[in-house]
Write a protein that binds this ligand. Sequence first.
Ligand SMILES: NC(=O)c1ccc[n+]([C@@H]2O[C@H](COP(=O)([O-])OP(=O)(O)OC[C@H]3O[C@@H](n4cnc5c(N)ncnc54)[C@H](O)[C@@H]3O)[C@@H](O)[C@H]2O)c1
Length: 347
Amino acid sequence: MPKVKVALIGVGNCASAFIQGIQYYSKSPTSVGLRNPILAGLSSKDMEVVAAFDIDERKVGHDVSEAIFAQPNNAPKVADVPSSGVKVSKGPLLDGVGKSTKLIVTISSAPDADAVKILKASGAEVVVNLLPSGATEASQWYAEQALAAGCAFVNATPTFLASDAAWAKRFADAKLPLVGDDLIDQVGSTALHKTLLKLLSDNGVHIDETYQLDVGGGTESVDTMDRSRDAKRHIKTETVAAALPYKAEVVAGSTDYVDFLQNKRDSYFWISGVYFCNAPMKIDLKFQTVDAPNAGSVLFDVVRAMKLALTQKLKGAVEPVCVYGFKRPPKIVPMETAEQEFAKFIA
Ligand SMILES: NC(=O)c1ccc[n+]([C@@H]2O[C@H](COP(=O)([O-])OP(=O)(O)OC[C@H]3O[C@@H](n4cnc5c(N)ncnc54)[C@H](O)[C@@H]3O)[C@@H](O)[C@H]2O)c1
């Protein structure tokens, strides 16, 4: 298949990991770290960023290869990215910046670009929404632009789009595919938490209470604290609770920002339950990851799956991709079912 032409909305840390990842794997003889080196006949080399939008003065107007390394991005540099000729366009601000991130982001005074015109001129096929958590209005605005430009839409943010029946219908009516919401991490705390709970309950352990809390140093952690902690907590708690076949006290969701962690994330897990003859068991665990690369492999899979969806002329929310790649798909299914549905879709 020809290359997948991608437009990125928000040139933050995830965008940096995505673009660096394309370079890293295109030049590397290894595919270590990739879940699917080839998917639908496409490799990392077959994805190309053809348009990008942001509102930060340090990114707008710059080649996307430079913008990904501009402040306040702090995803680690793992690859040299050659100049692409794709300049970051200015999008409308709307609710893109919260009251705490206003102190971190420098808003560009450039005029807003005509997003539909840019998407069409660039030949973009898949629009990937990487706006901050809580940018609901802006996420909806870019979904409208994707509809108007005839592009597929990937919603990596927690804004409800694919899981909102009205939005799914709008994409179905426009004969375009849509996936979301809230991308799953490759080695994420949610998947680890669910796996631990399932393993324990399959073995007859009765979980009484469990929580999972995060501390991160990226801009996204500030946004989550400021604007979307409740929504994120709701999404994560709901999906984690679904891993247990009975009701228990479950809390899962981001908590705090510590600047010196940079793009790292510390995740804490607490699980308490009883097993044979009411014997108690407790798990108290810390898990450390780097945030942005954690989105890379899943984004690679989802973008290539969307190319497949486009060639198959699928429309509306593409459920096998939603359940595989997102924390809040239109319908939550067990992890094994999600894997099977995605494998079947790709095959
Ligand atoms: N592992 C992960 O990092 C991960 C996993 C799951 C979901 N996500 C989601 O992905 C999204 C992006 O995460 P991130 O860490 O890259 O965030 P980030 O804060 O680093 O990047 C967001 C970018 O959007 C830009 N922006 C803000 N308002 C805008 C507007 N109106 N128009 C265009 N650009 C605008 C910002 O300037 C910034 O460059 C978040 O919603 C996050 O919840 C990330």
